[in-house]
Design a protein around this ligand. Structure first.
Ligand code: SF4
Ligand code: ZN
Length: 298
């Protein structure tokens, strides 16, 4: 199998683009897709400092790697969720990656901050683990970015993540979520940090290939709490569709973004005020995170 660009020996076949590429041309392809996502969606520019949310998995580490190679100013943020061995290994991978490249890294360990990991917090508050985890992640991404002066938070969501989330939202006609499902979420005039997903044009297997090619050492295990998650079922269904008809995920998600309502990608303006407890912007009196933590037994 030869590279369609330069005739060297190819390392990856990409059915959805009907092409095969060698390592060098594949790296250029990945960088170009990320660059295109950033530019076309007006995510950020080289003057802004980007806080990159790093879990230790392939997507977030690959994103950090690409952003550095594209010349962006970045720092990493790792939330140590306190999920035993999974969190220990994840944190180690992130710290090793940052140290080996001399990158700035902020680590926020839940157990040190709150005395409990995310699973215990979910149990104490009778919330599903992933729901409590989502509330906590969104809160910390925003709070830490705002406190430290980062206008943008980038996450490693890829095409498979976005297409499967879209499928879930369509199957249940979650109109409110559909409106917000964009690779860029506005900063509401500086009230929030802007949230961006620069990997949304790249498939999960392409990011896995990029990570291996570039010797990025990531945690392969999934979070133990993800077992049985609906998203995995949707991903599996989309993978089967993709195999039968290459390009399905791309057409599904990028086609959705081209629709007029999704292109504007904005929910109705929300009336935000400082949370009575922590001061972070919230539409209610007390933000979701503080409401969650108020239910944790002291
Ligand atoms: Fe959090 Fe794990 Fe659930 Fe992901 S799968 S939301 S990391 S608890
Ligand atoms: Zn609050």
């Amino acid at each position: 199998m030869k590279c369609r660009q330069c005739q060297k020996s190819a390392v990856i076949k990409m059915e959805r683009h009907n092409t095969s590429l060698c390592g060098g041309c594949f790296n250029l392809y990945v960088h170009d897709q990320v660059d295109r996502a950033i530019t076309e969606q007006k995510m950020f520019d080289h003057g802004e400092q980007i806080l990159v949310a790093i879990s230790g998995g392939k997507d977030s580490l690959a994103l950090w790697d690409v952003l550095i190679k594209l010349g962006y100013r970045t720092a990493g943020l790792h939330l140590d969720l306190g999920i035993e061995a999974y969190s220990e290994v994840s944190r180690k991978k992130v710290e090793t990656f940052a140290a080996s490249r001399g990158l700035d890294l902020i680590v926020h360990p839940y157990k040190e901050a709150y005395g409990l990991g995310v699973i215990e917090i979910a149990e104490e508050t009778a919330r599903p683990a992933c729901s409590a985890c989502g509330t906590m992640k969104r809160y910390h991404f925003n709070r830490i970015a705002m406190e430290r002066g980062f206008p943008v938070v980038a996450t490693g969501h890829n095409l498979d993540d976005e297409a499967s989330r879209l499928l879930g939202n369509v199957l249940q006609w979650q109109e409110e979520y559909l409106e917000k499902q964009s690779p860029v979420l506005s900063d509401e005039g500086g009230t929030w940090a802007r949230k961006v997903k620069p990997l949304f044009r790249l498939a999960e297997r392409e990011i896995a290939a990029y990570s291996i090619l570039n010797r990025i050492d990531y945690i392969v295990d999934e979070c133990p709490m993800s077992k049985g998650a609906k998203m995995l079922l949707y991903k599996d269904i989309l993978n089967r569709l993709e195999e039968a008809s290459p390009g399905t995920k791309h057409k599904f998600y990028l086609g959705f973004l081209k629709r007029p309502r999704a292109a504007t990608a904005t929910a109705k303006p929300v009336d935000l005020h400082p949370c009575q407890s922590c001061g972070q912007p919230t539409p209610g009196a007390v933000c979701g995170f503080c409401r969650l933590m108020q239910r944790v037994t002291p």
